[in-house]
Design a protein around this ligand. Structure first.
Ligand code: ADP
Ligand code: MG
Length: 384
């Protein structure tokens, strides 16, 4: 199968990132939850304008009294969304252009990153009344293919899978763990269901069922494990005619990823390296960060092999890497530490993108899990 090139470069250049590897970083603040309100929590985050997030550093009164002053910190992102933002606004600002690139025959990925309860699954999957990025992206793909396809022929395949404790499972057809194999197209999960979708209507139910198949914590039978990564892969194929009437087959792949809760990977300053190890570091989450770093720094060796998640995302991340990160945060001061960690990490992801030509030794992440954890810890301290 041949990938078309056409005028992709132009489109990419304008809309995605001037031919450079870059990660667009967005922050979404969710509304205060009922439990948080009942626990008397205060809001410690404010979206100041369309790009800035203000985190009140000492929302806690004891901290305030101790430090005798109130300080806050501003962060700037490609866009920051207040809690009133609709699912459609999130989709159109973060993902619509990526969908356009996928229609041009490119690969793209959207990651939702943040602590458990911060709103990742709501953003990605959403509800029947308010479908999220996964559903809105597929809807948009269907609509646009219909306009772009010259003969009406199109194929949309969906795969939905989970990485949990370095085990890969098919969420559309639960059963034994899947084995990852390398073939001509790259790394594939052997036997993974490729569901051919014909309309958007069936997709929400399919994905909701898939989500119910995600691994749950043994102690909380009804809750999805915070250590489970869910990956929806949408592969589209359709035909266009170029200026000289040649028929071109276009294939593009969009990966939409609801990552595991970041709280276990990004330990807080108070924790020692030993306790991070004890807390069962999410190997896949750390490996993802080191791959993104290596890609943006233009390294020859990208450590995809370090985890199942990065092996699966290899072809979405490599080459011209169109990657979007949505960092989800809670407004509650009860989640202050997690929010701070998420914002620091999101902020760093943004910085790395801006330093594509200027290699900064400090942000190189070594391959081993232990070194990664140590480095992350140092980076977090530095960021404070
Ligand atoms: P995560 O997947 O990050 O663990 P969830 O997406 O499950 O978090 O969100 C936690 C709770 O907050 C859920 O009940 C969800 O419906 C609600 N929620 C999250 N984001 C929003 C939002 N933007 N608007 C309304 N409710 C939200
Ligand atoms: Mg979730």
């Amino acid at each position: 199968r041949k990938l078309s090139v056409g005028n992709v470069q132009e489109v990419e250049g304008e809309k995605i990132g001037n031919g450079q590897s870059r990660i667009l970083v967005f922050v979404r603040l969710r509304p205060m939850g009922k439990k948080e309100r009942e626990a008397g929590s205060k809001c410690c985050v404010r979206i100041v304008n369309k790009r800035d997030v203000y985190l009140t550093e000492f929302a806690n009164e004891n901290d305030y009294l101790r430090l005798k002053r109130l300080r806050g910190r501003h962060f700037t992102f490609d866009a920051s969304f207040p809690d009133s933002t609709t699912q459609h606004e999130i989709y159109s600002t973060t993902t619509a252009e990526l969908v356009e690139a996928v229609l041009q025959g490119r690969n793209g990925s959207v990651f939702c990153y943040g602590a458990t309860g911060a709103g990742k699954t709501y953003t990605m999957l959403g509800t029947i009344e308010n479908p999220g990025v996964m559903v809105l992206a597929i809807k948009d793909l269907f609509n646009k293919i219909r306009h772009k396809s010259f003969d009406g022929h199109n194929v949309v395949h969906l795969s939905y899978l989970e990485v949990y404790n370095e085990t890969v499972r098919d969420l559309l057809s639960p059963g034994r763990p899947l084995v990852l194999r390398e073939d001509k197209q790259g790394i594939v999960a052997a036997g993974l269901t490729q569901y051919r979708a014909y309309s958007t209507d069936e997709v929400m139910a399919l994905l909701q069922q898939g989500n119910l198949n995600r691994t749950t914590e043994p102690t909380r039978a009804n809750e999805t494990s915070s250590r489970s990564h869910a990956i929806l892969q949408v592969v589209i194929e359709y035909r266009v005619k170029d200026a000289s009437s040649n028929i071109i087959n276009r294939v593009g792949k969009l990966s939409l990823i609801d990552l595991a809760g970041s709280e276990r990977a990004l330990a807080t300053e108070q924790r020692t390296l030993r306790s991070i190890e004890g807390a069962n570091i999410n190997k896949s989450l750390l490996a993802l960060s080191s791959c993104i770093n290596a890609l943006v720094e233009g390294k020859k060796h990208i450590p995809y092999r370090n985890s199942k998640l990065t092996q699966l995302l290899k072809d979405s991340l490599s080459g011209s890497c169109n990657t979007v990160m949505i960092a989800n945060i809670s407004p509650s001061d009860l989640s202050f530490g997690e929010t701070q960690n998420t914002l620091h990490w999101a902020d760093r992801a943004k910085e790395i993108r801006m330093k594509t030509c200027d290699v900064n030794e400090e942000i190189q992440i070594p391959d081993s899990g232990e070194k990664q954890a140590k480095l992350l810890l140092e980076l977090q301290k530095e960021n404070r």
